[in-house]
Write a new protein. Structure first.
Length: 332
C-alpha cells in the first residue's frame, strides 16, 4: 500500500512519528512524507536512510502545488494539527465528505483520514489529560493498521547511527574533541516563550566550563535574540542543518541540553542522553513517558500547557527557574 503522511511542518512532529513510519515500513507499506519546503531537508535525510520511500513537497497555500504533489496514494493520513488558513489540508477536515469524490477521481487518492488524537496523563493540576502527539502516531499504527508499538522504533536504527557517528567523528576531531568529551546545547527555537533565558544560559555555560567540558551550541542563530556568547569552552555551530552530522554529534555527546523544539526530538532519536527544559509546554504532550534517554525539567505551573498563547517575561522567568543543582542532577 502506498501511504502518504502529513503531520504538520515542524521537524519535531515528523520525528515523533518514527514509530509509525517504522511500523508501516515493517508491514511492507511504501511510506511517503508530505510537507512544505521547511520539511524537505529532514524528509530527504529520512529517505536517504530508507526510512521513507520519498517525499512529496508542496508550496504552502498553493493549490496547484499541492494538487501536483499530493496524488496517486492508496491512503493519505493527516495528523490533524492544522490551522485552517489557506492550507487545503486543514480545510479537508471540514469538507471531507464533499472532497472525497474529488480526491478519488482527480487526485487518485483512494482514502483520506485524520489520525485520532491520543491523550496523555500529566501531573499538572490544570490539565491532567492533554493531547499527546507521539501517542497519536502510536495509536494510529495500532488501531488503523494492526501494528504493535515496539520501543526500539523511537530511535534511528543502529546502521543509521553508526554511519552518522563515523561522519561526526571527523567533524569533532577537527575541534580537538573525542566522543563523550563534550556536551551539546540547543537553547532556542522559533517560539521565544520556549527559549532558555540569557541568565540561565550563561549559568549552564559556566557550569560546563567549570567541569572542563567543551560545549557545542546548535540551532538557528536568529532564534533566542542572544548577544554574542563568549567562552573558551564554547563552540558555536548554530546554523548547521546537515541532519546526518547532527545525529552523529548527538550520539557521540556526553549529554544534550535542549528546549522543546525539533532538534530535541532529533537528539532523542539519536539515543543521546538529553536534559530538556519545558517552559510553557508540558513534556507529556511531546515525548512518551518513561523514555530511556529523556530527563525533563518542568515546573508544571498554572499557565502550562501552552498551545499558541504568549506568556509574559515574568512567567517565562518563573517557568525556567531551574537551579544548577537541578540541572546537574538531571545530567548525571
Amino acid at each position: 500500500m502506498k501511504i502518504g503522511i502529513h503531520n504538520g511542518s515542524g521537524l519535531g512532529d515528523i520525528l515523533m512519528s518514527l514509530p509509525l513510519l517504522y511500523g508501516l515500513k515493517a508491514q511492507g507499506h511504501e511510506v511517503w512524507g508530505i510537507g512544505n519546503n521547511s520539511t524537505r531537508p529532514l524528509y530527504n535525510f529520512l529517505s536517504e536512510q530508507k526510512i521513507l520511500a520519498g517525499a512529496k513537497i508542496y508550496q504552502s497555500h498553493s493549490q496547484s502545488a499541492w494538487r501536483k504533489e499530493i496524488r496517486d496514494l492508496d491512503r493519505l493520513l493527516l495528523v490533524g494539527y492544522f490551522g485552517l488558513g489557506l492550507n487545503p489540508l486543514g480545510l479537508f477536515r471540514i469538507g471531507l465528505p464533499v472532497l472525497r469524490p474529488f480526491l478519488s477521481v482527480v487526485q487518485n487518492i483512494r482514502e483520506i483520514s485524520y489520525m485520532e488524537t491520543a491523550w496523555a496523563q500529566t501531573v499538572s493540576s490544570k490539565s491532567p489529560r492533554l493531547p499527546s502527539r507521539p501517542l497519536t502516531y502510536i495509536h494510529c499504527l495500532e488501531k488503523n493498521f494492526g501494528g504493535v508499538f515496539k520501543p526500539e522504533t523511537l530511535f534511528f536504527q543502529e546502521d543509521v547511527l553508526k554511519k552518522a557517528r563515523l561522519r561526526a567523528e571527523k567533524t569533532i576531531s577537527d575541534q580537538g574533541l573525542r566522543a563523550h568529551q563534550y556536551a551539546v546545547l540547543y537553547p532556542a527555537t522559533r517560539g521565544d516563550e520556549r527559549n532558555i533565558p540569557l541568565e540561565l544560559l550563561n549559568e549552564i555555560i559556566r557550569y560546563l566550563s567549570h567541569l572542563g567540558l567543551k560545549l557545542i551550541l546548535i540551532g538557528d542563530p536568529s532564534h533566542g535574540g542572544y548577544p554574542p556568547l563568549r567562552d573558551a569552552n564554547l563552540i558555536d555551530w548554530r546554523g548547521r542543518r546537515d541532519f546526518e552530522e547532527l545525529v552523529g554529534l548527538f550520539s557521540l555527546s556526553r549529554v544534550v541540553f535542549a528546549v522543546d523544539g525539533g532538534l530535541l526530538h532529533l537528539a532523542l532519536a539519536s539515543r543521546a542522553k538529553t536534559v530538556s527544559f519545558w517552559g510553557p509546554t508540558l513534556p507529556e504532550s511531546r515525548v512518551v513517558s518513561n523514555h530511556p534517554y529523556h530527563r525533563p525539567l518542568c515546573r508544571y505551573l498554572p499557565f502550562q500547557p501552552y498551545e499558541g498563547e504568549k506568556i509574559t517575561d515574568a512567567q517565562r522567568a518563573e517557568v525556567f527557574n531551574f537551579s544548577i543543582e537541578e540541572i546537574a542532577k538531571a545530567a548525571l
